[in-house]
Ligand binder design. Structure first.
Ligand code: C2O
Ligand code: CU
Length: 435
């Protein structure tokens, strides 16, 4: 991979992206005011070829400061989009240009990294296409699952909702705008369950689904009725294909799965909140030949993807053998009166950076001393976890332990944090700093 510190080449693709407040309609008769990119929710799909230089010109038409983060892409540090760590936030009325080489290929997403703005709708898919695909497929669909909090009260101008807790699901908040019952719910590609998108397929095709969990707090279980899914990528990185009838992913994780369209009919794609009882997010797979009958629901999962079965196709450079540096970190609720979430007892931003040196093999061992899961995400690097290469990983509750290994090959100041936005907002982050 070429050095990432600067990108001086002419961009291959220039995309304007304006953040503004708009009325969106997740279902007929339901509307709500959200903060979105280019007037759309989810934001426009950015799609480039691996190795292309992408330049995104952000215009901030919000009444609040904002930034964009390229979740999962190991971009140069100055364009990583973390306010007050890698850049000054972009003020209302201002613009900021993010330019980086889009590599490696994979399924990513982009989102605001200010406060809870991701939860308000500032997100969209970023697809970096392989020049030489690891899997063959005839057609693809991007599937963004999201939890939805339209009932948010008016937010302070920085888009933060300090102190509002909730450890999962879509609870919390009052009503806003003219949204009507159900007050929100789970979304698939920006649509409520009563307004599912249809994915058209032709019998015999291999269909690639790129699943993105853009939720703020929800762990989703995904199934497709009538079909096995062959999981081919996790967090954009290719894995040895595994066929399952469901997989589970936390906020910030992505899975790609190929489905063989060999069972004509009308079938539900379903994403259930693992600890909630909201109607599941859904879409419909419909064959060309279908008579449009009512979609069949998936049966209960019997063969769910197991972590230990994920094996990346290639190994990560620089992480074999014993690490040069190890951090042992406890994930827990803060002990203070205020609502905080901590990494080793410290709540960001009043937390010590994790200091590393360029070239090191770094290991972070985590133990979760809380009852809820934490989807932990590292900026600027992929990591090895078990036999898989990822950038976001669920640390299970009740003393769940996970160790990640990465190679310090992208100098800068990088956030390492829980991707549950409420936990992040309440302090569950550290800066990883090259010294
Ligand atoms: Cu989606 Cu700090 O990341
Ligand atoms: Cu968390």
């Amino acid at each position: 991979m070429a050095p990432r510190s600067t990108v001086t080449d002419e961009p291959d693709t220039v995309v304007p992206l304006t953040a503004s407040s708009e009325t969106i309609r997740p279902a007929p008769g339901t509307s709500t005011s959200n903060w979105v990119y280019e007037g759309q929710f989810p934001g426009p799909e950015l799609r480039v070829q691996e190795g292309d230089v992408l330049s995104v010109e952000l215009t901030n038409d919000l009444q609040a400061e904002t930034t964009i983060h390229w979740h999962g892409v190991p971009v140069p540090n100055p364009v990583d989009g973390v306010p007050n760590v890698t850049q000054d936030p972009v003020a209302p009325g201002e613009t900021f240009t993010y330019t980086f080489r889009a590599e490696p290929a994979g399924t990513y997403f982009y989102h605001s990294h200010v406060g809870l703005q991701l939860d308000r709708g500032l997100l969209g898919p970023l697809i970096v296409e392989e020049r030489d695909p690891h899997v063959e497929y005839d057609r693809e669909y991007v599937v963004i699952v999201d939890d939805y909090l339209p009932g948010e009260p008016e937010l302070p101008s920085d888009g933060a909702m300090g102190g509002s807790g909730g450890s999962g699901g879509v609870g919390g908040g009052g009503m806003m705008g003219d949204i009507r019952p159900p007050y929100g719910g789970l979304l698939l590609n920006g649509r409520l369950p009563e307004n599912p998108q249809t994915f058209g397929v032709t019998e015999g095709e291999r269909v690639r689904f790129r699943f993105v969990n853009a939720g703020s707090a929800t762990v989703f279980g995904v199934r497709i009725a009538g079909h096995e899914m062959t999981v081919t990528h996790t967090d954009g990185r290719p894995v040895e294909p595994v066929s399952v009838d469901s997989f589970v992913f936390g906020a910030g994780e992505r899975y790609d799965a190929v489905v063989e369209a060999t069972n004509p009919g009308t079938w539900t794609v379903q994403a259930d909140a693992l600890d909630g009882n909201e109607p599941p997010a859904r879409a419909v797979v419909e064959y060309e030949s279908s008579d449009g009958g009512s979609p069949q629901r998936p049966s209960p999962a019997t063969n769910r993807l197991q972590y230990r079965n994920l094996r990346s196709v290639s190994s990560l450079d620089g992480v074999s053998g014993e690490p040069d540096r190890t951090f042992d970190l406890t994930l827990s609720r803060g002990r203070s009166q205020s609502y905080t979430w901590t990494i080793d007892g410290q709540a960001y931003p009043d937390a010590d950076p994790l200091q590393i040196r360029s070239g090191e093999h770094v290991r972070i061992r985590m133990i979760n001393q809380s009852p809820v899961v934490h989807p932990m995400h590292l900026h600027g690097h992929f990591f090895q976890v078990g036999n898989a290469i990822k950038d976001t990983v669920i640390v299970p509750g009740h003393r769940g332990r996970v160790a990640i290994d990465f190679h310090a090959d992208n100098p800068g100041r990088w956030l390492f944090h829980c991707h549950n936005l409420y936990h992040l907002d309440a302090g569950m982050a550290r800066v990883v700093r090259y010294v």
